[in-house]
Design a protein around this ligand. Structure first.
Ligand code: NAP
Length: 247
């Protein structure tokens, strides 16, 4: 599996799952653009870890919920590198709360970042990918988008929205040599899950047949496969990486 010579953009590449994806794609030879929104130190750490392993990476700041910032950022990326071959829509946030107490802002923030962000970034790369007749778009959804979760109606709606979006765009772009797929993580150890209480973590583990939470690298492996030529005939699909939690 080689991604030598490919240009990859990973949204939310500064930390957690995104960082592991950046490191894996770079290890396979891609030049990786590490996107972040508010944490330049973490993004720089990702970049340095890749460079010290002999890979190529650079950090680029933009908010995936902002059409204006995306337009400016992708113009710079295209000016510098000429094209984007691989886009991983990974940036995501949670603003949990039960439906009856959920504020409009909690809904809007999560939908804008987790779903509209996927639409905006995909649109930004699709014209170039169509012209070059090759592209890989990989969207990070969640087990919650398939199974639902009390307290996460906003997050589950956004993640389920990614499923319909992925399948629709896969159909639109298939004839141009572009595949559009998703990876649906279960519970993975990152900043997003670090504040779960011991009691909740115990309950979650009881629902996972493998009995442990996953690592960011488990998701990176699935993304690398979907980005590779081995997956050239795979489109509109989801790889579930969840220790058996949802089948
Ligand atoms: P994380 O550790 O909280 O990292 C989130 C990343 O997203 C950071 O790099 C952050 O950048 C970036 N980000 C957030 N808002 C952004 C915005 N508006 N524009 C650009 N970047 C933004 O999260 P994670 O656990 O690695 O999750 C990564 C993806 O996997 C998310 O889509 C999440 O929903 C999904 N997922 C995670 C789990 C899990 O158990 N962890 C399970 C299922 C799905 P800064 O560093 O600049 O803040």
């Amino acid at each position: 599996m080689s991604l030598s010579g490919k240009i990859a953009v990973v949204t939310g590449g500064s930390r957690g799952i995104g960082r592991a994806i950046c490191q894996r794609l770079a290890a396979l030879g891609a030049l990786v653009v590490v996107n972040y929104v508010s944490n330049p130190a973490a993004a720089e750490e990702t970049v340095q870890s890749i460079r010290s392993a002999g890979g190529k990476a650079e950090a680029v700041q933009f908010n995936v919920a902002s059409g204006g910032e995306i337009e400016a950022a992708f113009k710079k990326i295209l000016d510098a590198h000429g094209r984007v071959d691989i886009l991983v829509n990974n940036a995501g946030i949670t603003r949990d709360g039960l439906l009856m107490k959920m504020k409009d802002e909690q809904w809007d923030e999560v939908l804008n970042t987790n779903l509209k962000g996927v639409f905006l970034c995909t649109k930004a790369v699709s014209r170039g990918m169509m012209k070059q007749r090759w592209g890989r778009i990989i969207n990070i959804t969640s087990v919650v988008g398939f199974a639902g979760n009390a307290g996460q109606a906003n997050y589950a709606a956004a993640k389920a929205g990614i499923v319909g979006f992925t399948k629709s765009v896969a159909k639109e772009l298939a004839s141009r040599g572009i595949t559009v797929n998703g990876v649906a993580p279960g519970y993975i150890v990152t900043d997003m899950t670090k504040d779960l209480s011991e009691e909740v973590t115990k309950m979650i583990k009881e629902e996972i047949p493998m009995g442990v939470l996953g690592e960011a690298e488990d998701i990176a492996g699935a993304v690398a496969y979907l980005a590779s030529d081995d997956a050239r005939y795979v489109t509109g699909q989801f790889i579930h990486v969840n220790g058996g939690m949802f089948m």
